[in-house]
Design a protein around this ligand. Structure first.
Ligand SMILES: Cc1ncc(COP(=O)(O)O)c(C=O)c1O
Length: 372
């Protein structure tokens, strides 16, 4: 059996090497390396894919969040409600715009923000009417959060809702794809994400045309139609044309890759559900399966055993955000027990579209053998 990799970008590249190199060469010969026609082309394709009016590509998933918060006027005095069980990027952008992150607990099965705890925390944090606040829901490991409820909560409390879909682009709820589930959605094209570049990249999705104009302006130093007329404070978050060329080709195999991820998750679930807590599969909800994450109280021992068997695994995440040194000053430590416990129990197994069924069955067999 071939060596098992946690993700296998080399294999993906070899399957579309010709298409990618031709596409990149075209950009190299064009003389236009930042924004430009190829970036507009991928924005159009992504907008058709997700059925959203506007896609604004940016330089990373972190910048997608930063630019969105800035565009919504989130700053000093604003509170931004986020799950404590997430990647640091979701939290750091809030602090960077001068707002306060408020940590919310998650659901123990979906790993996504708990709507119950969210409402409780919104009520506890008396929000000022004239200062905007926001919720950033994270679709952890690829599973879309509960946007039907989240949109209602955001409307009821007059708070902005951003979907951090860095891990879930390609997922869907019913016939609505990720990108179209919240007023603003951000994603990442970091190389290990389901849809990825060969470098950094990200995008923002919105149906709101005037918001899209603001986002485009902030992405490029706050310019107006006149590039030397700066009408707001912006930044450099522009997307690179070479990465757009990569993305255009990867998009052509994306649906096939998503199917493969789904197939692998199904096999893992069938093999493992008696031995460990396997990820939930919700009726009508499609995960992008960025990661396949199990729960077990023997997590550390299992990780070591798998490593001895040459099976890589990762802990996403070993520490909740509210316990990280950088966020201690914001930490309101109450009712974050699930986030805390998950950090001791979760283990992500190899997951990528180029795994063989034999490899998945082998990993499952080793896990069952170890856990009895
Ligand atoms: C949930 C989440 N949000 C945001 C990001 C940031 O994306 P990027 O690495 O492209 O800046 C990531 C990346 O891992 C992520 O997992």
């Amino acid at each position: 059996m071939e060596q098992i990799n946690f993700v296998d970008l080399k294999k993906q590249f070899s399957s579309i090497e010709r298409e990618i190199t031709d596409s990149v060469l075209e950009v190299l010969r064009s003389g236009q390396y930042i924004l430009g026609p190829i970036v507009e082309k991928i924005e159009k394709k992504l907008s058709l894919y997700s059925n959203v009016n506007n896609v604004i590509t940016v330089s990373s998933g972190t910048d997608a969040l930063f630019v969105s918060l800035h565009a919504l006027g989130i700053g000093p005095g604003s509170k931004v409600f986020i799950p404590s069980f997430t990647y640091t990027a979701t939290a750091e952008v809030i602090a960077l715009v001068g707002a306060e992150p408020v940590f919310v607990d998650v659901n123990s099965k979906s790993f996504n923000i708990s709507c119950k705890d969210l409402e409780k925390k919104i009520k506890n944090h008396k929000l000022k009417k004239d200062i905007p606040s926001a919720i950033i829901a994270v679709d952890l490991f690829g599973l879309p959060a509960k946007y039907d409820q989240l949109n209602i909560i955001a409307n009821d409390y007059n708070i902005h809702l951003i979907s951090d879909a860095a891990q879930s682009f390609g997922g869907a709820i019913g016939n609505k794809r990720v990108g179209n589930l919240a007023p603003i959605t951000t994603t990442s094209f970091y190389p290990t994400k389901p849809l990825s570049c060969y470098g950094d990249g990200g995008a923002i999705f919105t149906d709101d045309d005037s918001m899209a104009q603001i986002l485009r302006s902030i992405r490029a130093h706050g310019v107006s139609d006149d590039p030397y007329e700066n009408i707001r404070i912006g930044t450099n978050a522009r997307f690179d044309a070479i990465q757009a060329a990569v993305l255009l080709k990867k998009l052509t195999i994306f649906d096939k890759e998503l199917e493969e991820r789904k197939k692998i998750a199904r096999i893992y679930n069938e093999e493992l559900y008696k031995a460990v807590e396997t990820p939930i599969i919700l009726e009508g909800v499609d995960s992008a399966w960025a990661h396949y994450t199990i729960k077990t109280t023997d997590r550390n021992e299992l990780k070591k055993y798998l490593s001895d068997c040459n099976i890589p695994s990762m802990i996403y995440y070993p520490k909740p955000m509210h316990e990280q040194i950088a966020y201690k000053k914001y930490s309101n430590d109450d009712n974050l027990e699930i986030s805390k416990n998950l950090c001791n129990e979760v283990l992500s197994l190899p997951m990528h579209p180029y795994m063989s069924e034999e490899q998945v069955l082998y990993i499952a067999k080793k896990i069952i053998k170890f856990l009895g």
